[in-house]
Design a protein around this ligand. Structure first.
Ligand SMILES: Cc1cc2nc3c(=O)[nH]c(=O)nc-3n(C[C@H](O)[C@H](O)[C@H](O)COP(=O)(O)OP(=O)(O)OC[C@H]3O[C@@H](n4cnc5c(N)ncnc54)[C@H](O)[C@@H]3O)c2cc1C
Length: 320
């Protein structure tokens, strides 16, 4: 690892890896700093909705893009970024591992992590019936009994999707009502599959090789019972760890980075891509595309700093 780069990408999920593939192919000296390889792709068993690839494991997709990025010269180090400070026309990036590198441009692609329940069985059955993404994984459980833990606006999409595939759909939420509009709830109930489980929380997820049931506790009566299901979807929001860029770029109230279609943030020279961006759809192909947009913008920016301005970057061939 050298100590000065054209572009430093933070995060080696699909957004960061796609960005690095593009900047390195444009002959920009590119470093990716990431806690791990693949990010959320490691939590997916199978991806069936990435255009052009009918089925692929999440880690396999990450590995392929990593190899593609490395083949154009991108370097990857595994560490956690702690601090970014501006230094004239450049940035200094410091890691918890004690390294310090300089970059002319930065691409923030450090993603989000779904909130977990923290109950016994949750870790053991991840990707084996425990999922945090119904749009991604619910079709794998077509015709099965499925539980959903979610409420309020967050629950509308998963409830609709699960209602479409489940044989029986147990909807678990902490209050008297799931917190959605009455009309929406009535439409779901009309299908006859939904079993509302109000005032409740999941206290354990059970099974042998995969999920076979959930243990649910009624918060009012204290009653505990087991509900047999093949899958439990937990959609209770995301954890965003963006404090280290607070004050550097504009964030929304959820800690997501505000960026435009070109990946530009409020700070010149800093771009953002993927799930960390304030954009409602969190999907692999969207993160990849955002990574590419941010990379092309960063390339224009770096070339301008080097006195070789490029108005439009078209990646049909590598920049010489
Ligand atoms: C269970 C599950 C199933 C899914 N299934 C699908 C599917 O079938 N199809 C689909 O399209 N999408 C699916 N998704 C969504 C998809 O995985 C995400 O939208 C996508 O992977 C997000 O990519 P990203 O690169 O933006 O962020 P992430 O994947 O979150 O990557 C962020 C990276 O940044 C690193 N990082 C974080 N903080 C720091 C730091 N301070 N310093 C250094 N590195 C840092 C992390 O270690 C990670 O490598 C699924 C998500 C989940 C959770």
């Amino acid at each position: 690892m050298s100590d000065a780069y054209d572009v430093v990408v933070i995060g080696a999920g699909i957004a960061g890896l796609s960005a690095a593939l593009y900047t390195s192919r444009q002959n920009l000296k590119t470093l990716v700093i990431s806690k791990d390889l693949g990010g959320q792709l490691n939590m997916t068993t199978l991806i069936e909705n990435y255009p052009g690839i009918s089925k692929i494991g999440g880690p396999e997709l990450a590995k392929r893009v990593e190899q593609q990025a490395r083949s154009f010269g991108a370097e990857i180090v595994f560490d956690e970024v702690d601090e970014i400070v501006r230094d004239g026309n450049a940035f200094i990036i410091r890691t918890y591992g004690g390294d310090e590198v300089r970059a002319l441009a930065i691409i923030l692609a450090f993603g989000k992590t779904p909130k977990e329940l923290g109950v016994p069985g949750e870790q053991k059955f991840k990707n084996r019936g425990v999922s945090y993404c119904s749009i991604c994984d619910a079709p794998f459980f077509k015709g099965k009994d499925i539980a959903l833990v979610s409420w309020g606006d967050l629950a509308i999409e998963p409830a609709t999707i699960i209602n479409g595939v489940a044989s029986r759909f147990y909807w678990i939420f902490p209050g008297d009502e799931p917190g959605v509009e009455r009309e929406f709830l009535d439409q779901l109930l009309a299908h006859g599959k939904v079993v509302l489980v109000p005032n409740s929380e999941v206290v354990e997820i059970r099974g042998s090789r995969s999920v076979e049931g959930i243990v649910v506790k009624n918060r009012k009566s204290g009653e505990v019972r087991e509900i047999p299901v093949s899958a439990v979807f937990i959609e209770v929001g995301y954890v965003t760890k963006s404090d280290f860029v607070r004050g550097l770029v504009e964030l929304n109230e959820r800690g997501e980075i505000i960026a435009d279609w070109e990946g530009k943030t409020s700070a010149p020279g800093i771009y953002a891509a993927g799930d960390i961006v304030a954009y409602p759809y969190k999907q692999a192909v969207i993160s990849a595309a955002m990574g590419v947009a941010a990379a092309l913008s960063a390339t224009s920016y770096v070339m301008s700093l080097k006195g070789k301005p490029m108005k439009t970057i078209i990646d049909w061939k590598a920049h010489k």
